[in-house]
Design a protein around this ligand. Structure first.
Ligand code: SAH
Length: 210
């Protein structure tokens, strides 16, 4: 099978199990090829529904998990979205595609090697609205705040306060938060400066936020 055929089979699978639903997100999965974001030695597994190693013991998440998180975030055109943990750059590229033409994605990565890797990968897709910055995502990225939404792609004990503060009222954070077994996927809606609503989307496994 060609990459294109494997990609379509994976997307059809994610649609048929009901996890991919929104037309623009399905289109993003079609238009942003995952094989451009995985290491050369894992190319043959690019369209398997499994996480794959990037560098420094980190991973590119499983497509199923990426679909759950992207659907939960509900990215809309013109939104400014913060991602924590650029990794391969794949998730940021999907979000960037969803918010074209006026929206923007800023993704913060702690590991210099992965900043380089994600930058190199992102150049392969023609997206001008994704910015990768080196830094500790636990502090968010105040310089570009406020954000409409934020997605954290590493496991945290709780959603870091600076991130909640940098998201607008009416905005949303999607994050895997440590629980007894693995991580609970949390959708936090910021109803006012002090009031939040939390929804749980089930258990997943993530590398830790450091
Ligand atoms: N979203 C990525 C997968 C991320 S895996 C993708 O689409 O490929 C989690 C990433 O978070 C790793 O790359 C790891 O280096 C990074 N990370 C861990 N702790 C961090 C922190 N405090 N700030 C920023 N990035 C962090």
């Amino acid at each position: 099978m060609t990459f294109k055929e494997k990609k379509e089979a994976l997307i059809n699978h994610l649609v048929s199990v009901g996890v991919l639903k929104t037309p623009i997100i399905i289109e993003a999965f079609m238009k942003i090829p995952r094989h451009l974001f995985v290491r050369k030695d894992y190319l043959s597994c690019a369209y398997e529904d499994i996480p794959l190693p990037t560098y420094k013991g980190q991973t590119i998440s499983q497509p199923y998990t990426i679909a759950v998180m992207t659907e939960a975030l509900e990215p809309k055109p013109e939104e400014k979205i913060l991602e924590i943990g650029a990794g391969s750059g794949y998730q940021a590229a999907l979000l960037g595609y969803c918010v074209v033409p006026k929206g923007k994605v800023i993704t913060v990565e702690l590991e210099p090697d992965l900043v380089e890797f994600s930058k190199k990968n992102l150049k392969k897709v023609n997206l001008k609205n994704v910015k990768i910055v080196l830094g500790d995502g636990k502090r968010g990225y105040p310089k570009e705040s406020p954000y409409d939404k934020c997605m954290i792609t590493a496991a945290c004990n709780e959603i870091p306060k600076p991130i909640v503060e940098q998201v607008k009222v009416g905005g949303r954070v999607v994050a895997p938060v440590n629980s007894l077994f693995g991580q609970s996927m949390i959708v936090l809606d910021k109803l006012s400066e002090k009031k939040y609503r939390k929804k749980f989307l089930g258990s997943f496994v993530f590398v830790p936020l450091r």
